[in-house]
Design a protein around this ligand. Structure first.
Ligand code: SAM
Length: 234
């Protein structure tokens, strides 16, 4: 499988939505302790988009960067009774905190936080790091949905930090898998999207959108004009 199977599905929507426009999130918020959405968290509109993509056929979810999104997704999976979230987290203390919250709500069976310190990675840009490959060995071989919201990339010196997610995990994304990149309106994420796109990935979004959503489709359907250096080629 190659990353040329990532096809534009739709662009994200803004975070300033009218009241009542995040129905899935609103329902989940009512089913547990208060869920604090901070500046670190996915915006409510972005989280709603992610939750809406978790259809009945989505069982294995991988998230880069844990937090409120981990709890919300786990609540949804626990409520419907199937599926599992695997969340990569570089910060040991934050991983512990998120695990604690999952356990306190009794939903730890639906999500696990994999501690993955940032380390030099062959697919990272020079000077950048990505999640420890030992943690990646714990991820499922077949991923239905990939949410890229880490490592932190909010500062200019970190803005290319999220690039490796797709090339590293592409070989595990099943046909039709959803890939979501948060903060798609930022310069760094725009660069990441452009690199993915120039590598032959049809991943389209408007620059101002906070979230970009793509869908992997069969290699033969697109012809694959380009290649991405993937984990398998190392
Ligand atoms: C963009 S955040 C990920 C947020 C997560 N996906 C969510 O929606 O809540 C990237 C990293 O910031 C850190 N982080 C997340 N929430 C935090 C918080 N409330 N305070 C401090 N650090 C946080 C974690 O290390 C996380 O991996």
């Amino acid at each position: 499988m190659g990353t040329d199977r990532l096809h534009h599905l739709d662009a994200g929507i803004g975070s300033r939505l009218p009241r009542g426009s995040t129905p899935i999130l609103d329902r989940l918020l009512a089913t547990g302790p208060p869920l604090e959405l901070t500046d670190w968290s996915l915006a409510p509109a972005a989280l709603e988009l992610v939750l809406a993509r978790i259809g009945p056929d989505v069982a294995e979810i991988v998230e880069c960067g844990s937090g409120a999104s981990t709890i919300a997704i786990a609540r949804l999976l626990a409520a419907r009774g199937h599926g599992r979230l695997h969340s990569l987290e570089h910060d040991r203390g934050w991983a512990r905190e998120t695990r604690h919250r999952l356990a306190a709500e009794g939903i730890a069976g639906s999500a696990r936080v994999l501690e993955a310190p940032l380390r030099p990675h062959p697919l990272a840009e020079p000077g950048y790091e990505w999640y420890d490959r030992r943690a990646l060995a714990e991820l499922p071989r077949r991923i239905d949905l990939l949410l890229v919201d880490g490592p932190p990339a909010g500062e200019p010196a970190l803005e290319r930090a999220r690039y490796p997610a797709l090339p590293v995990l592409a070989a595990r994304l099943r046909r039709g898998a959803t890939v979501i990149l948060d903060d798609a309106g930022r310069a760094g994420e725009a660069w990441v999207l452009d690199r993915w796109r120039r590598a032959g990935i049809g991943f389209d979004c408007r620059a101002s959108d906070p979230v970009a959503i793509g869908c992997m489709f069969p290699p033969t359907a697109r012809g694959g004009s380009g290649r991405l250096d993937t984990e398998r080629k190392e």
